[in-house]
Design a protein around this ligand. Structure first.
Ligand SMILES: *Cc1c(COP(=O)(O)O)cnc(C)c1O
Length: 319
C-alpha cells in the first residue's frame, strides 16, 4: 500500500519520544467490562504531558528539524491542545515556538501556552484569516509551520499511542479512536495494522460534525461548516490530505456519538475510574459504551485522547 506515512515512521517516532513523553498506562475497569461484555483496555492520554496525546506528534515533528530550521524555530496556529503541545515540546527541545491564537481565546489557554515559554501572537478572529496570518509570519521569520494533524511527523508521533497500547495490553479485536482532522486515528491505524492484524479500527466523531464519516462514505474529502459540539478538539471541517488516504485504507468504519453520550462517559470516568477526560477525549469510549457495535467477548482498545477541560466547564457539563 502506498500511504504517506508508514509504521516504520511510527517506530522511529517512538524512539525519539523515549524519555520525553510519558508511556501512559493501560487502565481496565470491571464495571465497564460488565456493561459491554467485552474486555476493555483504556489508553489514558489525559495523563500524557500537557494533558493530551498531541505532545507526541508535536515533539516528534520538532525533534526532526535540523540545523538552521531548528535555530529559527516553529510556528503553530491553534487555540487548543496543539498550541500547548508545540509550546512544551519546543521548550524541551530548545527550539523557539511561536503560537498564533485568537485574541478571545480563553485566558487560561493563553496563559498556559505562554507559561510553557512560547511567544503568543493574537489576532482578531472576525477580521483576520488565521491561516493566512500564520503563513505570512512563518515566511517572514523563516519558521517551520507545524499543523495539528496534516503532517507526516505529527501522524507518526500520534501513532505511538496505539503502539504502546497494543504492546502493553496484547492483541486487540477492535480499537476505538476519536477523530478531528484524523492525525490520531490515522497514526493509530498504522500501528494497529502492523501489530494487531485483524484489529478493526473504528474512528469516532461528534454527531454534529461528521465530516470524516461523510468523507469515508463518499470516498472523497467532504467539507462541512464548523460544527457545534462540546467536543472542541473535534470541531474540524474536513479530514486532511495526508490523514484521509490512511483512514480510507486502514479504518474499518466511522461512527458518531451525541454530546449527551460524551457527558455520560465523562461522568463514568470521574465517578468510576477517578480520571478526568475532556469531552473530545470521551468520543471513543462513548461509542464503545453506546452499543452500536456488539463487543461481547472481544478485546477492545479505547484511546482517551486528553483531559484538558476547564473545571468550571466540567461542572456545567455534569450539572
Ligand atoms: C486534537 C484532539 C483530537 C483530535 O485529533 P486529530 O488528530 O485532529 O484527529 C482529539 N482529542 C483531543 C483531546 C485533541 O486535543
Amino acid at each position: 500500500m502506498n500511504l504517506p506515512v508508514s509504521y516504520a515512521d511510527v517506530i522511529a517516532a517512538a524512539a525519539r519520544l523515549q524519555g520525553a513523553a510519558h508511556r501512559t498506562p493501560v487502565l481496565t475497569s470491571s464495571t465497564a467490562d460488565a456493561r459491554t461484555g467485552a474486555k476493555l483496555f483504556f489508553k489514558p492520554e489525559n495523563l500524557q504531558r500537557m494533558g493530551a496525546f498531541k505532545f507526541r506528534g508535536a515533539y516528534n515533528a520538532i525533534a526532526r528539524l535540523e540545523g538552521d530550521a531548528r535555530k529559527r524555530g516553529v510556528l503553530a496556529f491553534s487555540s487548543g491542545n496543539h498550541a500547548q503541545a508545540i509550546a512544551l515540546a519546543g521548550r524541551l527541545l530548545g527550539v523557539p515556538a511561536t503560537i498564533v491564537m485568537p485574541s478571545d481565546a480563553p485566558a487560561i489557554k493563553l496563559a498556559a501556552t505562554r507559561g510553557y515559554g512560547a511567544e503568543v501572537i493574537t489576532y482578531d478572529r472576525m477580521a483576520e484569516d488565521r491561516e493566512a496570518l500564520a503563513k505570512r509570519i512563518a515566511a517572514e521569520r523563516g519558521l517551520a509551520l507545524i499543523p495539528p494533524y496534516d503532517h507526516a511527523d505529527v501522524i507518526a508521533g500520534q501513532g505511538t499511542a496505539a503502539k504502546e497500547l497494543i504492546e502493553d495490553a496484547g492483541p486487540l479485536d477492535i480499537l476505538f479512536v476519536c477523530t478531528g482532522g484524523g492525525g490520531l486515528v490515522s497514526g493509530c491505524a498504522l500501528a494497529a495494522h502492523a501489530l494487531a492484524p485483524g484489529c478493526r479500527v473504528i474512528a469516532v466523531e461528534p454527531e454534529a460534525g461528521n465530516d470524516v464519516q461523510q468523507s469515508f462514505r463518499k470516498g472523497e474529502i467532504v467539507r462541512i461548516p464548523v460544527p457545534r459540539t462540546i467536543a472542541d478538539g473535534a470541531q474540524t471541517q474536513a479530514p486532511g490530505q495526508l490523514t484521509f488516504p490512511i483512514i480510507r485504507a486502514l479504518v474499518a468504519d466511522v461512527l458518531t456519538v451525541s454530546d449527551a453520550a460524551l457527558v455520560e462517559a465523562m461522568r463514568f470516568f470521574i465517578a468510576t475510574m477517578k480520571i478526568v477526560v475532556e469531552p473530545t477525549g470521551c468520543l471513543g469510549a462513548a461509542a464503545a459504551f453506546g452499543g452500536q457495535i456488539d463487543l461481547a467477548g472481544k478485546r477492545v482498545g479505547v484511546v482517551l485522547s486528553g483531559g484538558n477541560v476547564d473545571p468550571a466547564a466540567l461542572a456545567r457539563h455534569l450539572a
